[in-house]
Design a protein around this ligand. Structure first.
Ligand code: E4P
Length: 218
């Protein structure tokens, strides 16, 4: 499973990139707004820091303007992934960009039917929002399972399932069991993956016992 981080904060990206475990970055207009920075400046900086795909989202919803924005964003860097919403206009733009070799992430996916359309439009990634479905008492992980299963029936689909709106480590583990290709999560959730109380307890005991030996490795 590829790990993307869902943030526009450079320090957070630097920190995670230094682990060697980061495969890409996703952003959205809300995360850009939260950063308080210029959209293009932040995206260029992220594209420089990370080799993998960096998702940058269009802002307009009408087809003509969205198409122009998408084509502009596509020129920003080699590893740019243009993010478009799952609407009729978004999928039209997706098809055109995908056909011309640009990576496209189709976002705001909440149904298997939408995911099927995105694959037909040649999306590089489909982003189903697990947490936001859970928030309204729908089963977000069931959607991941359905999409993975549907895509597996059609070897000519090359769209990767990018689990988005991840709120906790279980979202990641269960999606990995289902065979989802990618997940994107806030840094806090990625950090939680390291933790286990028995690791902390075991390590504390090892440190104490080692101290008692009076030895030093270096
Ligand atoms: C994905 O690309 C989105 O930016 C993100 O996962 C949305 O997550 P949220 O529901 O926590 O805002």
């Amino acid at each position: 499973m590829k790990f993307f981080v869902d943030t526009a904060e450079i320090d957070e990206i630097k920190d995670l990139a230094s682990t060697g475990l980061l495969d890409g970055v996703t952003t959205n207009p809300s995360l850009i707004a939260k950063s308080g920075r210029n959209f293009k400046d932040v995206i260029l900086q992220i594209c420089d820091l990370v080799d993998g795909p960096v998702s940058a989202e269009v802002a307009s919803t009408d087809y003509d303007t969205m198409r122009k924005e998408a084509k502009e964003i596509a020129t920003w860097a080699e590893n740019i992934t243009v993010k478009v919403p799952l609407t009729e206009a978004g999928l039209k733009v997706c098809k055109e960009l995908s056909d011309s070799g640009t990576m496209v992430n189709v976002t705001l996916c909440f149904s298997a039917a939408q995911a099927l359309l995105a694959a037909k439009a040649g999306a590089t990634f489909i982003s189903p929002f697990v947490g936001r479905l859970d928030d309204i008492s729908h089963d977000g992980l069931q959607l991941i399972s359905d999409i993975v299963r549907i895509y597996a029936n059609y070897p000519d689909f090359h769209t990767e399932v990018l689990v988005a709106s991840v709120r906790n480590p279980l979202h990641i583990i269960d999606s990995a069991k289902m065979g989802a290709h990618v997940m994107t999560a806030p840094p806090k959730v990625i950090k939680q993956l390291y933790n286990h109380p028995l690791t902390d307890k075991g390590l504390a005991a090892f440190v104490e016992d080692w101290k008692a030996t009076g030895q030093s490795i270096l």
